[in-house]
Design a protein around this ligand. Structure first.
Ligand code: SF4
Length: 214
């Protein structure tokens, strides 16, 4: 990748993931089946970092959290808190627009069984690093889950032990910049009630307070 590149549709730097995507493209020729670019505003106040594309969601549609279960709650919250123009995300041409917000993933390619290995998270971190560097002066990063949290810390060259992950934990990462943690809005977490809709909306209440966005 070139310096400051936040996305490369042809990236095959993780051999296991590149091979997996080839298999997926063969089985599902209509699927996107490539690294998934971030989506949303160019200079967002809120950057949401997920884990990786889901098989029949972002990997199929080519847009983060679009067409899968995890996107249902995320896009509902974004709409209710004024970060988007509609509540649902079905496909890249569904008319959805984000305002003051961008969504990305710690790992841009679909991992087998939704589990990227450490080397892949580290390899993809250069893109996240560039993405965070492109943000403005004041921002909130919302990390969905522990892996996204650690990926953000790595991108910022911060130590894990100084910023421990916890649902609702707010970490200052510089003047007018913070990292906020949430449990991932995955099917597993919502169906087991580890993350309720209200808990997720409380996270967005906090984001609103921090950013005072209209
Ligand atoms: S996960 Fe990231 S670094 Fe690895 S192949 Fe995909 S885009 Fe490239």
């Amino acid at each position: 990748m070139t310096e400051n590149q936040i996305y490369n549709a042809n990236c095959v730097r993780c051999p296991r993931l590149a091979k997996h995507l080839q298999t997926v493209r063969d089985a599902y020729p209509d699927y996107h089946g490539l690294p998934v670019a971030s989506f949303g505003a160019k200079r967002p106040k809120l950057l949401i970092v997920g884990l990786a594309p889901g098989m029949h969601g972002a990997n199929a549609t080519g847009r983060p959290f679009t067409g899968d279960y995890a996107g249902i709650l995320l896009y509902k919250a974004l709409y209710q808190y004024g970060f988007s123009n509609q509540e649902t995300a079905i496909s890249v041409d569904d008319g959805l627009k984000l305002k003051n917000c961008r969504i990305t993933n710690a790992v841009k390619c679909l991992p087998p069984e939704n589990k990227p290995v450490a080397a892949e998270i580290n390899m993809c971190n250069a893109y996240l690093q560039s993405e965070i560097a492109s943000l403005g002066r004041r921002f909130v990063i919302l990390a969905l889950g522990g892996i996204a949290h650690k990926a953000v810390l790595k991108a910022l060259a911060l130590r894990n032990k100084d910023y421990v992950f916890g649902h609702g934990a707010l970490h200052s990462i510089g003047e007018q910049r913070c990292l906020l943690d949430s449990y991932h809005c995955s099917r597993y977490n919502t169906q087991t009630r580890r993350l309720s809709e209200q808990m997720f909306f409380d996270i967005f209440d906090k984001i609103h307070e921090l950013l005072d966005v209209k």
